[in-house]
Design a binder for this molecule. Structure first.
Ligand SMILES: Nc1nc2c(ncn2[C@@H]2O[C@H](COP(=O)(O)OP(=O)(O)O)[C@@H](O)[C@H]2O)c(=O)[nH]1
Ligand SMILES: [Mg+2]
Length: 264
């Protein structure tokens, strides 16, 4: 899931990349933030679990971020997991400013393995980045069939496409107050039928998600459907409903139902 709004990722997700005979399992995580809601605590736990489990951490720091976020990560990285700092979005600032940023992070050169400025919008080649990552991964037999792209199930993937459409099409707070549950997927050769529910806190929010004469939910559904069709390479039927579940983001049972199993 990609979004220009921050904090959209809520759960760890595994994506597998084969590179030069190596199998790299990327674990995408929520960012590291401390917030009160139980959902946000779950998100922080997810990031911490990923750091605990992996061979290598990629810490993505935007050139626009303050270095205090990196310091916060170092504090949380108690077991000193080896990490690379990727200084992202370098296209957004001048060379001078980039140099200054690099110098700030350089104070920690004994702590990180490498500091790599990158830009997905301009220039950085994936293979260069993958080569750097490979240097630090242990030798191990493949964990998964080399054909597999993800360990996530279809419902999880479709959920993320629908959430992405929520973040893209709704302004302000609504995407943060909402989530998605995929109830049912019916697969056939010609068509993928997906039945999903958008969960939100209040009936006023439900009204906004649906929009005038259903215009908003139609746009959300269309975007999600088109992206899922690209993935599946076949026709998709997507049925979206909206349900009000007050307090879902603070309630352990409701969070579990939505797919976020909170430990504490
Ligand atoms: N200008 C610029 N934008 C980027 C770059 N990489 C990512 N973005 C944008 O940053 C936003 C956040 O990306 P996302 O992958 O959702 O980041 P996350 O919040 O850390 O998961 C999206 O709008 C991306 O298009 C980059 O190298 N340059
Ligand atoms: Mg993300």
């Amino acid at each position: 899931m990609v979004s220009h709004k921050a904090n959209a990722t809520r759960k760890r997700m595994n994506f597998i990349v084969m590179h030069k005979n190596a199998q790299i399992i990327f674990v995408d995580t929520p960012g590291i933030h401390h917030k009160e809601r139980l959902l946000n605590k779950f998100m922080l736990e997810e990031a911490m679990k990923a750091i605990g489990d992996c061979d290598l951490v990629l810490f993505l720091a935007s050139v626009k971020d303050d270095i205090t976020e990196y310091k916060e990560f170092l504090k949380l990285n108690k077991k000193n997991r080896p990490h690379i700092v990727l200084l992202t979005k370098m296209d957004l600032i001048s060379k001078d400013k980039l140099l200054k940023k690099l110098q700030e992070y350089h104070l920690y050169q004994n702590v990180f393995l490498e500091l790599v400025p990158i830009s997905i919008k301009k220039g950085t080649k994936q293979s260069v980045l993958l080569d750097i990552i490979l240097k630090y991964l242990p030798n191990h037999p493949y964990l998964y069939d080399p054909e597999i792209l993800t360990t996530e199930n279809l419902k999880e993937i479709y959920k993320e496409y629908i959430r992405e459409a929520l973040f893209d099409n709704l302004s302000d707070e609504i995407p943060y107050l909402s989530d998605v549950v995929v109830d049912k997927v019916e697969e056939s050769i010609e068509i993928e039928k997906i039945y999903a529910k958008i969960i939100t806190e209040k009936s006023s929010q439900k009204g906004i998600i649906i929009g005038k004469n259903g215009s908003s939910i139609k746009r959300i559904g269309m975007q999600a459907r088109q992206n899922i069709e690209k993935l599946c390479q076949k026709k998709v039927f997507l049925k979206l409903e909206v349900a009000v579940k007050q307090g879902w983001s603070k309630d352990k049972k409701l969070l579990t139902d939505i797919g976020y199993r909170v430990k504490s």
